[in-house]
Design a protein around this ligand. Structure first.
Ligand code: NAD
Ligand code: WQD
Length: 346
């Protein structure tokens, strides 16, 4: 069974490729490498001792997408490809709408043309926006507070409409909470460009000495220590959730959203302390103002995924921190690839 993975060279995609290959799937990866390195694919092959086919292609290139579908017997698509930086999406919204939404439209058009109707889509907890209550369950009214979030919200709506127009479709929209961690080999992990926007890569870069101190965005939230609380989830638990969602879409039809989170929240200070323990290093920090647009608390109600996908997160905070740290300390500069050496592979 061949599965097309869009954005498979990226952070969550690469870990999911490992799990899929280990489970015996044949995979074809499509990625334009705009936010990833070809090295991740070599390391997936090395970890799994299995091969994958790679097309360095932009999702917006409909002709090349059709070629991929005609050259391979694709049965389902896991759709990770997208731009994800919230701040950047405010600065260049048209680029985000074009890349994320038009890319998804083109993908759906080509899938329909080739009679492939099974999709697992990377949505995000960002579609909950600002809510009064936690935990966040799938049936809450949705809202988004920035262009990136709106791309996810709009794509969810588009996918609903696609299903309504053709009931052969089966689509699982996975709303990830805060993905962290890395593969236990320490060979693949998150490799943000420039200064990280997200908490965990920022902390690990402070721990490894690349950054001097962490800015903690506010300590006046109504949380147990005043700092923001999030539902951090190990990327390998997320990857396992994709396998379960894939099994589901292969055997049914419909469109459904699922939270992928642990159901447990940790504050920024909890995360600093957990990393201090794992790294045996002090993490210097200072409290500054709240980051505009941030919310105080977000954590999942993961019971729908448990009930309908038979999935539950297995890995705890210590493993999230030690795996993130192994990757960061092995590779302080990430994949460190010379771009000139990036080659198109098939
Ligand atoms: P990532 O940037 O590491 O991976 C995305 C991949 O998609 C990259 O390899 C990038 O090169 C590729 N890509 C982007 N636009 C493309 C295009 N037009 N054509 C071909 N390839 C393209 O990000 P990630 O953290 O692995 O996230 C994967 C998905 O999950 C994204 O859709 C993201 O929005 C979503 N998500 C991520 C998080 C998170 O915090 N990491 C949380 C919720 C949802
Ligand atoms: C976590 C906590 C910050 C950085 C973002 C996106 C969301 C999703 C996941 C894609 C918050 C605090 C952070 C720092 C800090 N991505 N923090 N200092 O904001 O929950 O979610 O990534 O879909 O859409 O918005 O994650 O890691 O940025 O922040 O104090 O340098 O850490 O205030 O409480 P967030 P994050």
């Amino acid at each position: 069974m061949t599965i097309l993975i869009t954005g498979g060279a990226g952070y969550i995609g690469s870990h999911t490729c490992v799990e899929l290959l280990n489970a015996g799937y044949e995979i074809v990866v499509l990625d334009n490498l705009s936010n990833s390195k070809i090295d991740s694919l070599d390391r997936i092959r090395e970890i799994t001792k299995k091969n994958l086919k790679f097309y360095q292609t932009d999702l917006l290139n409909k002709g090349q997408l059709k070629t991929i579908f005609s050259e391979n017997d694709i049965e389902a698509v896991i759709h990770f490809a997208g731009l994800k930086a919230v701040g950047e999406s405010v600065l260049i919204p048209l680029h985000y709408y074009h890349n994320n939404i038009t890319g998804t439209l083109i993908l759906c058009e080509v899938m329909e043309e080739f009679g492939v109707n099974k999709m697992v889509f990377s949505s995000s907890a960002t579609v909950y926006g600002i809510q009064e209550q936690v935990p966040l369950s799938e049936n809450l009214p949705l809202q988004a507070t920035n262009p990136y979030g709106r791309t996810k919200l709009m794509i969810e709506e588009i996918l609903h409409d696609v299903y309504i127009s053709n009931k052969n479709w089966c689509i699982a929209m996975l709303r990830y909470f805060n993905p962290v961690g890395a593969h236990s080999s320490g060979r693949i992990g998150e490799d943000p460009n420039g200064i990280p926007n997200n908490l965990v890569p920022y902390i690990t870069q402070v721990a490894v000495g690349k950054l001097s101190e962490l800015n903690v965005f506010g300590n006046d939230y109504t949380t147990h220590d005043g700092t923001g609380v999030r539902d951090y989830i190990h990327v390998l638990d997320l990857a396992a959730g994709h396998l379960k969602a894939l099994e589901k879409v292969m055997t049914t039809s419909g469109v459904s959203a699922y939270n992928l989170g642990t159901g447990r929240g940790y504050s920024v200070m909890d995360m600093i302390h957990a990393f201090e323990k794992v790294t045996d290093r002090k993490i210097p920090y200072r409290i500054i103002d709240r980051r505009p647009g941030d919310i105080g608390i977000s954590y999942a109600d993961p019971t729908k995924a448990q009930r309908e996908l038979n999935w539950i997160a297995q890995k705890g905070l210590e493993e999230m921190c030690s795996d993130s740290w192994r990757w960061q300390s092995n590779y302080p500069n990430g994949y460190e690839i010379d771009n000139k050496e990036q080659k198109e592979q098939k």
